[in-house]
Design a protein around this ligand. Structure first.
Ligand code: PEP
Length: 264
């Protein structure tokens, strides 16, 4: 399978930033700057509160909507939570297992597994974040952590449903809100190849080639190219730089340029 058969995905994770009004304004600015390309998907992950208004306002040819998290039960007495079932008609994607959730909210491997399953069951593509901490890396545990996170997250996903799943290699040490160390493209290449190998062992060769794998961790308009050119990387999960429309539009532009050149 040619890697061009997989789309390029650029995801903006706005984390806990921007009011509904500011979110609207950012989408408005991005709409003026971002072009439509059939093989580059731009996915926006605003706060839960902004999903509904943005869904009504935005140009769905330009952007896809993504939640940052959801609860795995479909309904019940889970005060304060929003389920994947409730989001089903609103978003196409949901981030699952982000390191902020694993670290600040004690999300376990099994909780991530249940969320991935709930997302797929409700027709939402989970964007599953996988990555080791600096401590894991220093202890030589990176592969073990990637293995455990990936295999548990996919435990209840059938090969048919795997087509809906997006994986992200997002080492915690590279995220701007944690250590913010800039990852070397070579290290990203090794981790992504390892993740595809895990998928191959679980689902076979074809699935390993078809699954989308992104990179995330302090990506900006200057270094996005170096990550998108890593073999096996299909896009980027962008945090801080997605809050600035100049920077985010420039990142998407780089993705277009790389794609157009590769397709020529
Ligand atoms: C993130 O939080 O998912 C992320 C990638 O953040 P940043 O780009 O700011 O490191």
């Amino acid at each position: 399978m040619n890697h061009l058969e997989r789309k390029t995905l650029i995801v903006g994770n706005w984390k806990m930033h921007l009011s509904v009004h500011q979110s609207s304004l950012l989408v408005h600015r991005l709409t003026e700057r971002i072009k439509v390309h059939r093989n580059v998907e731009v996915i926006l992950a605003p706060s839960m509160l902004a999903l509904q208004p943005l869904s009504l306002e935005m140009d769905h040819r330009r952007f896809q909507l993504c939640a940052q998290d959801a609860y795995p039960k479909d309904e019940g007495g889970y005060t304060g939570e929003v389920s994947f079932a409730m989001l089903g008609s609103l978003v196409q994607y949901c981030i699952v297992g982000h390191s902020a959730r694993r670290i600040y909210f004690g999300e376990t491997l099994e909780m991530v597994r249940d969320k991935v399953e709930a997302a797929v069951r409700n027709g939402i593509s989970p964007i599953v974040c996988i990555g080791e901490t600096k401590q894991d890396r220093d202890a030589g545990q990176s592969r073990q952590v990637i293995h455990d996170q990936l295999t548990t997250a996919l435990m209840n996903v059938t090969s048919r449903d795997l087509e809906k799943v997006v994986l992200v290699y997002e080492p915690v040490w590279a995220i701007s809100t944690f250590d913010g160390i800039i990852a070397k493209p070579d290290d990203v290449a090794k981790a992504v190849a390892y993740m595809r190998m895990q998928v191959r062992e679980l689902y076979g060769e074809r699935a390993a080639e078809k699954v989308s794998v992104l990179y995330g961790g302090s990506v900006n308009e200057h270094d996005v190219r170096s990550y998108l050119e890593v073999p096996g990387v299909d896009g980027a999960l962008v945090g801080a730089a997605s809050l600035n429309y100049h920077q985010f539009a420039a990142i998407v532009d780089e993705a277009y340029r790389i794609r157009i050149k590769a397709e020529a």
